[in-house]
Design a protein around this ligand. Structure first.
Ligand SMILES: [Zn+2]
Length: 145
């Protein structure tokens, strides 16, 4: 056992982190965890049951699927040909709930970050979005890793 992190392994790890088949939320969690941040998951007593919660920084992060939460991107737009009323109502309901959860959290003094599935598919966008979250966390000294 000499060097546990050869460059080849590092790029392998990175490709695992940004692998296309991985769930968007897991991608976000892995990047934050690897940077040393710790969080609570799916906190039920907060509006919308945020995916990641940083209590001391009073920051929550939602990782939204583009289709189900109607992101304004190419993944958020398509509507299934059958039962389109049912699905579009369901998606509109999700989007409306997201908005009211955001408002309730902000009113309670929480900062709310949203990361979209399409942003997690692009390694540079993922890095940029998670970077914003890390900056907010680092600004709160108590959450510093
Ligand atoms: Zn999207």
């Amino acid at each position: 056992m000499t060097d546990v992190h050869t460059p080849e392994q590092r790029s392998y790890n990175m490709s695992r982190i940004t692998g296309r088949d991985t769930k968007p939320e897991m991608l976000v969690r892995r990047v934050l965890h690897a940077a040393g941040f710790r969080y609570r998951l799916h906190v039920k007593d907060l509006p919308g049951k945020p995916d990641l919660v940083f209590p001391r920084a009073r920051l929550v992060v939602f990782v939204h699927g583009c289709f189900w939460h109607m992101h304004r991107c190419k993944y958020g737009k398509p509507v299934p040909a059958t039962n389109s009323d049912f699905w579009s109502q369901k998606r509109a309901g999700n989007a409306a709930r997201d908005k009211s959860h955001r408002a309730a959290l902000c009113a309670a003094g929480w900062k709310v970050a949203e990361i979209w599935e399409c942003q997690t598919r692009d390694p540079s966008k993922l890095e940029a979005k998670v970077g914003e979250v890390m900056e907010t966390l680092r600004a709160s000294a108590s959450e510093r890793p």
